[in-house]
Design a protein around this ligand. Structure first.
Ligand code: GTP
Ligand code: MG
Length: 396
C-alpha cells in the first residue's frame, strides 16, 4: 500500500508594502515545490506583519494560533516562503512543535532527492553544507546556554560548534576538489563529442517543457510534471532535416545534426549556493553554441519567469549583449493551452519567438530551421528583448 504523503502548512510574510497577488503567486509556487518534494499541502496562509520579529520572524502569537490549528489537522510540517536564519528556524520549531523548512531548505531537499550521478550528488552536498555552515550557531544555542552564564566563553556548546564547523569546512574542501576533478572529466568528454556538430543547450524556468522539447527534437527524454525533475545534463543528437529544394535543386542533401543538452531548470530565488555548486553542470550552458530558451507560455507569470531566466543566465556568465554572445531562440511552449487571441497577443509581445507545443511536436520544424542556420555560422545580430537586459532592481 502506498504511504500517505506527509502534510504541510505553507506560510509567507506580508509586510505593509507588499501586495497580495505576488505573495499568493509565490505561495502557489511554494505549493508546487512542496508537492515536488513529496508533501501534501494542507493550506497556504499569508501572515500580515508590519515588521519582522527578530526571534521568530512571523511573531509568536500568529505562529501559536496556526500551530494549534495544524495540530488538530494532524499536520507536522511548516514550510516558509521567506529566508530564515538557523536560530529563527529553531525558535519556530520549538514554539510550534512543527518541523520547519524555509524555501531554500525545501529546494535543497528536492535536489537531494533527485541527485543521481556522482557529480550531481557532490554538487548538492556542497550546496547543503554551504547553507548549513552559517546556520550552525542557531542549532547549538541550547547547549551554549547550558555552557555557562553571561560572560562565560567556550562552554560545551561553543566547542561542539567549532568541531562541527571544522568538519564541515574539511568536507567542503574535499567536495570542491572532487568537483574540480569531475569538471575536467566533463571537459574531456565535451572534447570527445563528435566535432563539427553545433551544441545547443535547453534552458528555462523549471517545468516549462525542456525535457519534452528534448524528446520532440531527439526522440529521447523523460518529461515529468514536477519541479526540478531534471538535475543532470543529458546530451543527445538531433536530426535537423535537410536544406534541399527538390524543385530548384538548390541546397545540400546531406542530413544536418546538432547536439542538444537538457539542463537543470531555474526558479525565482534559486538558492545562490546551488547556482555556485552547479557551476560545472551549468558550464554546458555557458559553452553551448546556441541556447533554446524554453518558457511555459500558458503560465500566468510568464513574463516574470522570463525575467528570472534572463537574470540567472547573466549570473552564470551568459550576457547576450557581449561580443561573443550565443544566439538565443525563445521557444514559447505549451501554446496548446492558449486560445487564439492569447497567441496573437504573445506574437505582438515576442515577435522573434517560436510558438510551440513540444508535447504534440508543433513548432518543431521552425526550431529545426533556426538550428540549421547555425551550421554555416551563427545567425545575424538581433535586437534584445526586455527580459534579457540588466535590470535596475534584482528580479528575485
Ligand atoms: N499541454 C502541454 N504540456 C506540456 C508541453 N510541454 C511539456 N508539457 C508538460 O509539462 C510538464 C513538464 O515538462 P518537462 O518537459 O518535464 O519540463 P522541464 O522544463 O524539463 O522541467 P524540469 O526538468 O522539472 O525543470 C510535463 O507534465 C509535460 O508533459 C506542451 O507543449 N503542452
Ligand atoms: Mg526536465
Amino acid at each position: 500500500m502506498a504511504e500517505t504523503p506527509p502534510r504541510c502548512l505553507l506560510i509567507a510574510r506580508q509586510g505593509p508594502e507588499d501586495r497580495e497577488d505576488p505573495i499568493e503567486d509565490h505561495l502557489l509556487e511554494l505549493a508546487e515545490l512542496a508537492r515536488s518534494c513529496g508533501f501534501e499541502v494542507w493550506t497556504r496562509r499569508r501572515l500580515k506583519r508590519p515588521q519582522v520579529a527578530p526571534r521568530t520572524f512571523y511573531g509568536s502569537g500568529q505562529l501559536q494560533a496556526l500551530a494549534d490549528e495544524a495540530a488538530r489537522q494532524g499536520v507536522r510540517h511548516l514550510i516558509c516562503d521567506d529566508e530564515l536564519s538557523g536560530s529563527q528556524v529553531n525558535a519556530i520549531q520549538k514554539l510550534t512543535n512543527l518541523t520547519c523548512l524555509d524555501r531554500t531548505g525545501l529546494i535543497l531537499s528536492i535536489f537531494e532527492q533527485r541527485a543521481q550521478t556522482r557529480e550531481a550528488r557532490a554538487q548538492v552536498e556542497l550546496a547543503r553544507l554551504e547553507y548549513e555552515l552559517p546556520r550552525l550557531k542557531g542549532a547549538w544555542t541550547h547547549l551554549e546556554r547550558q555552557g555557562g552564564g553571561v560572560g562565560l566563553r567556550g562552554g560545551p556548546g561553543e566547542t561542539q560548534i567549532e568541531v562541527d564547523r571544522r568538519m564541515i569546512r574539511t568536507r567542503i574542501s574535499q567536495l570542491k576538489r572532487e568537483l574540480t576533478h569531475l569538471e575536467t572529466v566533463r571537459e574531456t568528454q565535451r572534447q570527445g563529442r563528435p566535432q563539427g556538430l553545433p551544441r545547443v543547450a535547453l534552458v528555462g524556468y523549471t517545468n516549462a517543457g525542456k525535457t519534452t522539447l528534448l524528446k520532440a527534437l531527439t526522440g529521447e527524454g523523460e518529461p515529468r510534471d514536477l519541479l526540478f525533475a531534471t538535475l543532470d545534463t543529458t546530451t543527445r543528437k538531433a536530426w535537423l532535416g535537410q536544406d534541399f529544394d527538390p524543385e530548384t535543386g538548390e541546397g545540400s542533401t546531406a542530413p544536418k545534426h546538432c547536439l542538444v543538452a537538457d539542463t537543470v531548470g531555474f526558479i525565482r530565488k534559486l538558492p545562490h549556493q546551488l547556482v555556485a555548486a552547479f557551476r560545472s553542470t551549468l558550464g554546458e550552458v555557458r559553452t553551448a553554441d546556441a541556447l533554446l530558451v524554453v518558457a511555459d507560455a500558458a503560465h500566468p507569470d510568464l513574463e516574470d519567469h522570463l525575467r528570472v531566466v534572463g537574470a540567472t543566465l547573466r549570473e552564470i556568465g551568459c550576457a547576450p549583449e557581449e561580443g561573443d554572445a550565443q544566439p538565443r531562440l525563445l521557444v514559447l511552449n505549451q501554446v496548446d493551452r492558449l486560445h487564439r487571441p492569447q497567441k496573437l497577443d504573445l506574437k505582438k509581445r515576442h515577435p522573434g519567438a517560436v510558438q510551440a507545443c513540444a508535447l504534440h511536436a508543433t513548432g518543431i520544424p521552425e526550431i529545426r530551421a533556426w538550428l540549421r542556420e547555425l551550421i554555416p555560422g551563427p545567425p545575424k545580430p538581433r535586437e534584445l528583448e526586455d527580459w534579457e537586459l540588466p535590470e535596475p532592481t534584482p528580479a528575485f
